[in-house]
Design a protein around this ligand. Sequence first.
Ligand SMILES: NC(=O)c1ccc[n+]([C@@H]2O[C@H](COP(=O)([O-])OP(=O)(O)OC[C@H]3O[C@@H](n4cnc5c(N)ncnc54)[C@H](O)[C@@H]3O)[C@@H](O)[C@H]2O)c1
Ligand SMILES: [Zn+2]
Ligand SMILES: [Zn+2]
Length: 338
Amino acid sequence: MKAVVVRKPNEIVIEEREIPEISASQVLVKVKAAGICGSDVGIYRGLNAFATYPRVVGHEFVGEIVEIGTRVEGYAIGAHVAVDPVISCGKCYACRSNRHNVCHSLKVMGVHQDGGYQEYVAVDEQQLHLLPQELPWNIAATVEPYSIGAQVAHRGRLSADDTVLICGAGPIGLIILQVAKMKGAKAAIMDIVDSRLEKAKAMGADLVINSRKADVQAELMNFTQGEGASLIYEATGNVKLLKQCIKDFSSAAGRVVVLGFSKDVLDICQLDIMSKELEIIGTRLNNHRFPEVIEWFKAGKVDPAAIITHRFKMEDAEKGFAIGKEHPEDTLKVILTF
Ligand SMILES: NC(=O)c1ccc[n+]([C@@H]2O[C@H](COP(=O)([O-])OP(=O)(O)OC[C@H]3O[C@@H](n4cnc5c(N)ncnc54)[C@H](O)[C@@H]3O)[C@@H](O)[C@H]2O)c1
Ligand SMILES: [Zn+2]
Ligand SMILES: [Zn+2]
């Protein structure tokens, strides 16, 4: 079978490998589609602190069951499944607190161990989620990024009462926007790329701000009658912006949810957090959110097709990795097909 392997930073190859053997508690998944995420590109470019090499990347993948382990029940050959890439120990404090996505010995498929950019993958039973058979594969491949949207909604206690500010209109920011609108919140979104903001407007953003052209704070204060946003998602990865979120953009009793994973250090003032009783909330991956997302997809509550801009054959993975950098203005989610 073929596998997309990042041998070392900036070197991607299509390798011929043996089809994996499954254990009694695993199934063999024939991969049909897989999304390219910013973090996959980060691994390719050598910028991901968690990854080791060589690595079969890909943590947003779906496929069809072709073989079933002897102890696995409730799945049939031919069933369509999404694979939750989060693997945890089940014993540490985080796991015991029902927060397995930040397990002390967390492993993510495609990051710490081989992932979904290969024709067949052996997957543990507890990572499987049944998909409707009629759901197109490229749409199904976005269940994992939407699980980030579900997780951040949960972490930020997103409700219809919120005035949300989303920093960054990349695939993740736009997914958060769709989730915020689905929940009935008012939502503003900012970016520096107009075409992404136009997409956001079409998805129902109540206010779009190009931070290169407009005074974000002034626009936001006007939008919130001087209160600031009750819930802010920092989805650009820019720490300077995180500082502004805390200091200038948040309302009293607000929450700032941090998605980025920059190692840059930030100087923030205690008073800005204390005086507003601000909550600064981390969020990572997803905590058993696939079933919720699959329900959204079934009910048509979100619009995954709107964030998919490109499709490439898995053999052309390198092109798929490059396109976002070459054409950021018209690239959002890129899907590899198998
Ligand atoms: N915590 C998690 O579980 C998790 C999961 C997925 C992604 N992420 C992170 O979320 C962030 C968004 O992911 P993505 O895939 O949408 O990334 P992306 O790079 O495609 O999108 C980021 C967007 O931010 C915009 N941007 C960058 N700097 C800006 C600035 N100074 N002002 C305004 N806009 C700016 C860019 O134009 C782009 O549209 C990334 O930092 C990513 O690492 C976190
Ligand atoms: Zn991802
Ligand atoms: Zn654990």
